[in-house]
Design a protein around this ligand. Structure first.
Ligand code: FRU
Length: 476
């Protein structure tokens, strides 16, 4: 398929059922599909949207283009779960194509209000000259999961002084007021997070201030701002584009960053004593992490495992990208921890003693102080993902150079991170065929990435490290 602009923006109703069946058939033959990670049923998945708890279920949506592995006309696809581990995909739910979202139902969030779920999202509207006119739109989902869009935008235009890069509203409630955070690019080409407020979710929405969370320059644009509270402290996860390497050192095309404050001032929307800007994930493929404060008291988040402006080997099979596991966020010693939610323990089927592992496995390992050790995941074709731990210098290196079909090689094929020198390292590696998530020292550091081996079997080799292996369940 040649993905012209016209084809990428062809209205959904003009695609035939047969075209979707054909893509599905092709995807069913793939050996790169995942066993327990959220993946698109067809086409491209990107940002997580609308993560919420409503009507006694977890709800999660994904940015979706169902007809191919390209960034085309986006909709929200709907997932529900009783346990944050087993998800049911209900397919396209919030569809684009009306005046307020003609060229895509872009990212946003959701919050229960009364007996409905309120969704706020960006309507990507383009005119005949392909100029953007972003709208911040609303929609209601009822208890039968039926969605009704509100045709009048909640916020009609970007604030004067800001460009048409103005999107990804995150709605939160504090006391009796609704607030919404929007990612934006000022006319002076700097990236910011704008805060709006309203007495009711449906409005009237008025501009309040820019969020104050750093005194550093955040590049030219911020996408997907996400504010939540962990141990009562504010945590902002965001995607700065064009941020300087001396503000944040990163290797991916764009980073997914995080700042933690000591406290939060709701009057001025300021972080009190914000931390430095840090990477949320030290790996290859994490972006647009989206979380919320769940009614059970946990701060939960899920990441897009995939990056903008990047092609992946599975594109040719008609699908791309996946989500991370759902993670619980905690703060210990001023540091953000990401821990797969405890419900994931249900996935554990049995322990394993052989060198050969299933494509769905969890490897747990430890390396004592002052040692160097490694773990290698190999396929029968000798493709390998290598993890080297060095407790003398406090360093972890993940190398996917020879892990299969190469991709995104311009951004390097290794990632490394520092941990405390002279201390033991403990880590859990979740492998799910073509995605891995490495949680180091209880989630203090996370290294996530994709690999696309041509081989189908995995073997584990290790040096100096004892590895505990368990088989995990396949749920798709
Ligand atoms: C981030 C992003 C958002 C936008 C969405 C469109 O990956 O570019 O800013 O709303 O994807 O799919």
């Amino acid at each position: 398929t040649k993905w012209t602009t016209a084809l990428r923006y062809k209205p959904y109703q003009e695609w035939s059922k047969q075209e979707l069946i054909d893509i599905k058939q092709k995807i069913d033959q793939s050996h790169w599909r995942l066993g327990y990670h959220i993946q698109p049923s067809t086409g491209l998945l990107n940002d997580p949207n609308g993560f919420s708890y409503f009507n006694n279920q977890w709800h999660l949506f994904y940015q979706s283009f169902p007809y191919g592995a390209v960034h085309g006309l986006k909709s929200w696809a709907h997932l529900t779960s009783d346990d944050l581990v087993h998800w049911q995909d209900h397919g396209p739910a919030l569809l684009p194509g009306d005046a307020q979202d003609s060229h895509g139902a872009y990212s946003g969030s959701a919050i229960p209000v009364g007996d409905k779920l309120f969704m706020m999202y960006t309507g990507n509207v383009r005119d005949e000259n392909w100029i953007r006119h972003p709208k911040q739109d609303g929609a209601w989902m009822d208890k039968d999961n039926q969605i009704k869009k509100i045709s009048t935008p909640l916020i009609e235009n970007p604030k004067p002084g800001y460009t048409d890069h103005f999107r990804d509203p995150q709605i939160i409630k504090h006391e009796d007021t609704y607030y919404c955070l929007i990612g934006g690019r000022r006319a002076d080409d700097t990236g910011h997070v704008l805060v709006y407020q309203a007495p009711e979710v449906t409005g009237p929405w008025s501009y309040k201030t820019e969020l104050k969370f750093t005194d550093k320059d955040c590049g030219y644009m911020i996408e997907c701002p996400n504010l939540l509270f962990v141990n009562n402290r504010p945590v902002l996860m965001f995607c700065p584009q064009g941020i300087e390497q001396d503000v944040l050192q990163y290797s991916n095309v764009y980073p997914n960053a995080v700042v933690i404050g000591e406290d939060f001032d709701w009057e001025t929307f300021s972080f009190i004593n914000p931390s430095a800007i840090a990477n949320l994930d030290e790996g290859f493929d994490v972006y647009a992490t989206h979380g919320f404060n769940a009614p059970d008291g946990r701060a939960l988040a899920v990441s897009w495992v995939g990056l903008p402006d990047t092609t992946y080997p599975s594109d040719e099979e008609g699908w791309a990208n996946c989500f991370s596991l759902v993670k619980e966020l905690k703060i210990k010693d001023d540091h953000l921890y990401q821990i797969p939610v405890v419900e994931n323990n249900q996935l554990v089927k049995e322990t394993l003693n052989s060198k050969e592992i299933t494509p769905q496995a969890k490897l747990s390992f430890k390396l004592g102080a002052s040692l160097v050790g490694s773990i290698t995941l190999k396929t029968e074709l000798n493709e390998e993902l290598q993890i080297i731990l060095d407790t003398t210098n406090g360093k972890i290196l993940v190398d996917r150079t020879n892990a299969g079909v190469p991709f995104a090689t311009d951004f390097g094929t290794t990632r490394s991170t520092k941990v405390t020198a002279g201390k033991e390292i403990q880590a859990d590696l979740y492998l799910d065929n073509t995605v891995f998530e490495l949680y180091v020292n209880g989630g203090r550091k996370v290294i996530t990435g994709r690999i696309f081996p041509q081989g189908k079997q995995f073997f584990v080799e290790s040096e100096n490290i004892e590895v505990k292996k368990v088989i995990l369940d396949k749920i798709y």
